[in-house]
Design a protein around this ligand. Structure first.
Ligand code: IPE
Ligand code: IPE
Ligand code: MG
Length: 254
């Protein structure tokens, strides 16, 4: 993280830093197209950017970062793009895991691992085991993740456990999601300007603040993140009630 931290004085301290930021990292393909490059170059650039954003999150005091990296619907893309994305994930783990571990990042995969090749699956599992005791930043990687799939998986789990219908609560469902135990996102950022949820955290986003920027993901830098966090600080989160119900956060945290 070294060199970037020295610039921190350029960023006045934020008030109301969201505990949990989730990002729909969109726009890699358009970033590449604008440069006459293949789409995979855009994904590569997006991956490079992720390093910056992870480090900026640590610096700004975000405790949980969830990133949407591959959706259950992304299997519908051309085979070479899907293959390329899987390869990029593998490379990222190989290249970044040790440093992320040293920096105190705890990794958690959300989504289904089944469809991944065994070697990649093993790497994902190993990365979670290695970093299990870290606590500087929890990085949840949504890979082969779909919100509907997650809810379906949760319902199946609840039925398999034989929980009586009248004992199923909202908490029961939350506890059976891939994100069990992780507080809901406070802020969801979507890059590249699309105004849709694209099957991301559809249960958990019930009261998240949304921030959509036209900036394409590979260009979404530390300054862009800072602006999103500043904007979050100006929001009035009401949770269906009236202003300044600040006890909500405590009731719903964790
Ligand atoms: C987001 O970028 C990354 C993934 C979905 C894997 P896109 O690949 O969706 O980029 P655009 O939307 O085509 O520009
Ligand atoms: C959402 O982006 C998924 C990820 C960023 C991984 P998409 O590019 O797949 O979403 P749509 O197709 O524009 O809704
Ligand atoms: Mg897209």
């Amino acid at each position: 993280m070294g060199s970037e931290e020295s610039t921190s004085s350029a960023y006045p301290k934020l008030t109301h830093v969201p505990q949990h930021v989730a990002i729909i990292m969109d726009g890699n393909g358009r970033w590449a197209a604008a440069r006459g490059l293949p789409r995979l170059n855009g994904h590569q650039a997006g991956t490079e950017n992720l390093r910056r954003v992870i480090r900026a999150c640590v610096e700004f005091g975000v405790k949980i970062l969830t990133i949407y990296a591959f959706s259950t619907e992304n299997w519908g893309r051309p085979a070479d793009e899907v293959e390329g994305l899987m390869h990029i994930l593998e490379e990222v783990i190989d290249r970044e895991l040790d440093e992320l571990h040293r920096e105190g990042v705890k990794l958690r995969h959300i989504g289904r691992l089944e469809r991944l090749k065994p070697a990649l699956r093993e790497k994902v599992l190993h990365s979670m085991e290695l970093t299990a005791n870290n606590d500087r930043l929890l990085l949840c990687v949504a890979w082969n993740y779909g919100g509907r799939d997650e809810i379906l998986h949760a319902v199946q789990g609840i039925i398999k456990e034989g929980v009586p219908a009248d004992q199923v609560t909202e908490q029961t469902i939350s506890d059976h999601l891939y994100t069990a135990g992780v507080p809901d996102p406070d802020l969801i950022i979507r890059t590249s300007g699309e105004m849709r949820i694209s099957n991301f955290l559809i249960w958990q986003a019930a009261y998240s603040e949304w921030y959509v920027t036209n900036t394409l993901w590979p260009d979404f830098d530390k300054q862009a993140l800072y602006e999103a966090l500043q904007e979050y600080g100006r929001r009035d989160r009401r949770f269906g009630r009236l202003s300044h119900c600040e006890d909500y956060g405590e009731q719903h945290a964790g």
